[in-house]
Write a protein that binds this ligand. Sequence first.
Ligand SMILES: Cc1cc2nc3c(=O)[nH]c(=O)nc-3n(C[C@H](O)[C@H](O)[C@H](O)COP(=O)(O)OP(=O)(O)OC[C@H]3O[C@@H](n4cnc5c(N)ncnc54)[C@H](O)[C@@H]3O)c2cc1C
Length: 480
Amino acid sequence: MLGAGISGHTAALHLRRLLGKGHEVVVVSPNSKWNWIPSNIWVGVGKMTTDQVTFPLAPIYKRKGITFHQALATALYPEGSPDMESPHVSVTFTDPSRLNETANIAYDYLINATGPKLNFAATPGLGPDGYTASVCTAPHATEAAAQLATVISKMKAGQRQRLVIGVGHGTCTCEGAAFEYTFNVEHEVRDAGVRDMADITYLTNEYELGDFGVGGMTFTQKGLETTSKLWTESLFRERGVNAVLGAHVEKIEPGVINYEQLDGSKNQLEYDFAMLLPPFRGADLQAFNAVGDDVSAEVFAPSGFMKVDANYAAKPFEQWRAEDWPSTYESSRFPNVFGVGIAFAPPHQISMPRTSPNGTVITPAPPRTGMPSGVMGKTAALTIFDRIKMGSSATDHKASMSSMGAACVASAGTGLRRGSAAAMTMYPVVPDYQRFGRTGRSAKDTFGEIGLAGHWIKYMLHVAFIYKAKARPLWYLIPE
Ligand SMILES: Cc1cc2nc3c(=O)[nH]c(=O)nc-3n(C[C@H](O)[C@H](O)[C@H](O)COP(=O)(O)OP(=O)(O)OC[C@H]3O[C@@H](n4cnc5c(N)ncnc54)[C@H](O)[C@@H]3O)c2cc1C
């Protein structure tokens, strides 16, 4: 298993549960801790600490009998190499006791669950090493909370402050997380009694509000059809948050964000506090064949994500079909290698692709959120288990994002009495227009609601998923 995030950790725990002691489950991951990333939003507003959203992996793996290497995978040798006959992966240790040592680890089956590489480098000045905050990791979120506290104290001292939250590149994904952080910050500023001193702007690559990288959603509420656009716009109006849509951030300078919009115009936004998510790429692993040729371009898409059993043929947006999406996650090049969670290369965007007159792509990339990522990890684990038990003729388990639902609870402010969240479910994640007609999704299973109950659900998910990830008794009964 490469990666101990939502998909990799899920797959490792299921394989360990299913396989007898005669089989070894090995996890390679560079961080010593597991992180419930969705709750980083609350760390980013100072309402949770790093310790509440992370825990050390080594004791869990020791208890479960999983071998753990704190290391970064660098290259795959699925046909072996002159150094080692069996399929293996090269790793560089990040474990302080073996820092920078390298090793080859043999495998029979490999799951690449390396998630996103946070590609701050795509936009000059973006990210904690530049001029903006991030909430992608717990340490980033802690730093964001400190910066937010500083602007709140300036507001309390009578200085008006400009807060910009959103995404830092035209091809970013995870707009839902940026949306959540926007409304948590708005809630914090209101709680601090200085809402009238804050100009809050949501800066996004989405063409319209409520797109969330899934082309928006159509809901039926009280018998009437409504959309995530209408619903989201009303929240922005109600909370007095401005939105800049269809934006590709080109460069960040201290206090100034330079961006291009879909109409081709180049604009600037001044800020005192900015949290902008980076675009994602794959982990930049390399792959080699038996004779040592670099076959990375065959195994990975240009984005660095792993090509799996999807249809990657280029075609116009209208011709993309639900069945173009992968369902087994087996590598298109090497059997016994799987790419799950954010690590697999999506065949196409879900939101309609758009380009500015200058040729700049400004379209959200498809989100692979927690629930689908966990399901994909479990699916690959079940296939591997069956192949070990029944041989390579075992039928593969399947879970396509075009036949999988997702629930997303976007926090809009924390607090057991005064919190709120926008709870959305959609089925399927990737619209299937052949099956569901005009909206591409089941009207019965796609809905959204905002309120205090959503906050409780979000908090319960935090508790339940950390319980599950710690592999406490009956953890496997909690669905992905
Ligand atoms: C701020 C934020 C908030 C979010 N909120 C939500 C939410 O509310 N609901 C939701 O459903 N989703 C949410 N998401 C998305 C969710 O976090 C992802 O869908 C999920 O983490 C993807 O799982 P994954 O296993 O693919 O990747 P990850 O969970 O990121 O795990 C990747 C793992 O691979 C490891 N790794 C990286 N490179 C290597 C390498 N070379 N070798 C070995 N290991 C490597 C990493 O250290 C990590 O352990 C949010 C994301 C962000 C950034």
